[in-house]
Design a binder for this molecule. Structure first.
Ligand SMILES: [Zn+2]
Length: 282
């Protein structure tokens, strides 16, 4: 079983709270951290779930059409606040990372991916194949900046669809792929936001189970109160009805498990939840 999970902020952007939470949010800008989960496994060393932003994002978005992404989504990140910088602060090197699991291919999740020279990547083949079949402008419209990935990406990737499917502990309607073959980390399909978006289920970490849902919900109230974002965001979702179905499933799971406090559901971009987790010692 996994020894610990540590949450690191790898750069951030800002969003209008009202757009992501039209019910109780206000017309003010809130910080949208790109959170990376550092997972310590007794046999496989350190794994990362998502890679956040890094300096490479700035290099890649100097030119067109990638520049359009940076105009729409201004990013703040420095060498110290990228995933690798945060790891260094913990006394770890990029070579200590054995796996980088990419929940999906949006730039705020793959921005730091190329900083890991020894890691194996884990990603959705369906989503990747779809994105690389598009032209560059269309890729940018889908939030995918291919130059953020290293040249060796395909040869170093294990595709999530190839892992054996088995996950019963989250209950009816849930499934997952057993990433390491020992029941410690499961890739959980959470479609809608993108074609192949997946979350990560990590049971029994210091007596707590974690479900990291990435962008299947943006803020904690999104799944806790079942508040989808404004409809305008449908423009960037791969499948809006599937997104809302996924949000409903997460909401129900949260309702079923909230009393026991056994399951922690965390989104990637909820600053308040991540602050809470960062101070939690497993
Ligand atoms: Zn996303």
């Amino acid at each position: 079983m996994v020894r610990s999970i540590t949450f690191l902020e790898a750069g951030f952007t800002e969003q209008f709270e009202k757009i992501v939470n039209p019910v109780t949010g206000k017309w003010r800008k809130i910080r949208f951290p790109s959170t990376v989960a550092l997972i310590e496994h007794p046999r496989h060393g350190y794994l990362l779930f998502d890679a956040g932003y890094s300096g490479r994002f700035k290099e890649v978005t100097r030119r067109f059409p990638e520049k359009l992404y940076a105009w729409v989504t201004p990013v703040t990140v420095s060498p110290e606040t990228s995933a690798v910088g945060r790891l260094r602060g913990l006394g770890l090197a990029e070579t200590d990372i054995s796996h980088v699991i990419l929940s999906h291919f949006h730039a705020d999740h793959i921005g730091g991916a190329s900083d890991f020279s020894r890691a194996r990547y884990v990603a959705s083949r369906r989503e990747y194949d779809h994105l690389v079949s598009l032209g560059t402008v269309s890729q940018v419209r889908h939030g995918f900046l291919k130059a953020l990935l290293p040249e060796s990406f395909e040869s170093r990737t294990r595709w999530s669809d190839d892992f054996p499917v088995e996950l019963k502990s989250l209950g009816e309607g849930w499934m997952g792929n057993d990433l390491l073959g020992d029941g410690s980390v499961f890739l959980v399909p959470l479609p809608g936001h993108t074609l192949g978006q997946m979350g990560l289920y990590v049971p029994s970490v210091g007596g707590v189970d974690y479900l990291l849902v990435a962008d299947a919900a943006w803020l904690t109230p999104s799944f806790r109160e079942e508040i989808p974002p404004m409809r305008i965001t449908d423009l960037i979702f791969h499948d809006p009805p599937a997104y809302r179905d996924t949000l409903t499933r997460i909401h129900r799971l949260d309702c079923e498990t909230r009393l026991s406090g056994r399951l922690r559901i965390l989104t990637c971009h909820c600053e308040e939840a991540m602050e809470r987790e960062r101070t939690h010692v497993v």
